[in-house]
Design a protein. Structure first.
Length: 380
């Protein structure tokens, strides 16, 4: 039986899968391996791999698969890719190495497949927080994996178009396989669970909730400016953002609204608290300028909450005809949506029916089955 080695390094930034923040790519990796873990029969031997010095304590016990740890510091891997690849060949040999994190150290004729989630860091206009030197490093790494990989898998048609724009690869080499949403985590929860979280943060007013805030392209500042204009109508709603360290620019521009309790920035939140806030919010806000996929759309849907997002990049592929779309710079459109929810004029029952249809298409089971087909086509 042929062996697939899946890189799960991204599932453990800092303190591990449980407790500390896991990036969107890390969540995608966990979702895929969880789906494989639940399958009764897989025609391949699956093993897991974690690289990087901080992954030296990686806990593989949540899965039934054998795990390998090679704690080579990332600076060494980037400078001497053959070193880690040689250790991997020695201790975790496989028929196909599945890189889940856009790129990784490889060497020689090592057979591998890569998931490139997005090319946002290649786009200077939408990744202004990335230095030019780092962007050059990213470009070099992406160039290497796109050329040497047996196939490139990405998570949306938009991301495929970006890969074809930035890298000289054949269209047939780039395969779209949508990510899923974890319905065991993101779901409707009891009023008691929601009430406890609201009590913790002293949330008594109806609120809008923004979960993805930490980079400039997330465009939270435009949503806050829309909310500031919305406040002229003296609404009951406040704005809650899951962002522990908003920029000084934002703190200064919205100092009065923050002081008045109309805008609330929350510190690190557990997964359970995020789910409760999704459940309690009238509306989720995700007006990003560019995304390779858009997990918050599905997360909000799964928690029974409508979401305001944009028609750019991959977002309409995920939100389809259920999300509420506005222009990423159109403050007036955003205010109109906020007023609709303040008035209670949005048809929530229709949203629930339509959102379930979308959620049924974006499951990790579907994603994992598609991956098995991809493996088969490469290894045949």
């Amino acid at each position: 039986m042929k062996k697939i080695l899946i890189d799960v390094s991204s599932a453990m930034p800092g303190g591990g899968i449980m407790g500390n923040y896991v990036s969107g790519i890390g969540q995608a990796t966990i979702g895929l391996v969880d789906a494989f873990n639940e399958m009764q029969e897989i025609p391949y031997e699956i093993e897991l791999y974690a690289s990087g010095f901080q992954q030296r304590n990686f806990d593989f016990s949540r899965w039934k698969y054998k795990g390998h740890k090679i704690p080579v510091p990332i600076k060494i891997s980037n400078r001497y890719p053959f070193f880690e690849a040689s250790l991997r060949k020695l201790f975790a040999s496989c028929d196909l190495y599945h890189i889940t994190t856009n790129y990784a150290a490889t060497y020689g004729n090592e057979p591998f497949i890569v998931t490139i989630h997005d090319c946002t860091d290649m786009d200077k206009a939408n990744s202004s927080d990335i230095s030019d030197s780092n962007r050059e490093i990213y470009l070099k790494n992406y160039q290497r994996v796109t050329q040497a990989s047996k196939a490139i898998v990405t998570v949306s048609e938009f991301s495929k178009s970006e890969i074809l724009k930035y890298f000289d690869v054949d269209s047939d080499k780039v395969i779209v396989n949508y990510s899923g949403v974890n319905r065991n985590k993101f779901k409707k929860v009891s009023d008691e669970v929601v009430s406890e979280v609201l009590k913790t943060y002293k949330l008594e007013s109806p609120f809008f909730f923004a979960c993805s805030c930490n980079r400039p392209r997330k465009n939270l500042i435009t949503a806050l400016r829309a909310f500031k204009q919305f406040l002229t109508f003296e609404p009951e709603h406040i704005f809650v953002a899951a962002w522990a360290n908003p920029t000084q620019e934002i703190r200064s521009e919205f100092a009065k609204e923050i002081s008045d309790g109309k805008i609330l920035f929350l510190p690190f939140l557990s997964d359970e608290e995020i789910v409760a806030l999704y459940n309690a919010a009238s509306l989720s806000i995700y007006v990003s300028r560019k995304e390779g996929f858009g997990f918050p759309i599905l997360e909000s849907f799964a928690c029974g909450t409508p979401i305001m997002t944009c028609r750019n990049s991959s977002l309409p592929e995920v939100g389809q005809d259920v999300a509420i779309y506005v222009g990423e710079d159109n403050v007036d459109e955003m205010v109109d949506v906020m007023r609709m929810f303040e008035k209670g004029s949005y048809d929530t029952s229709l949203f629930i029916r339509k959102s379930e249809n979308v959620l049924s298409r974006f499951t990790w089971e579907n994603t994992a089955k598609r991956w098995l087909t991809i493996y088969s086509n490469i290894l045949k």
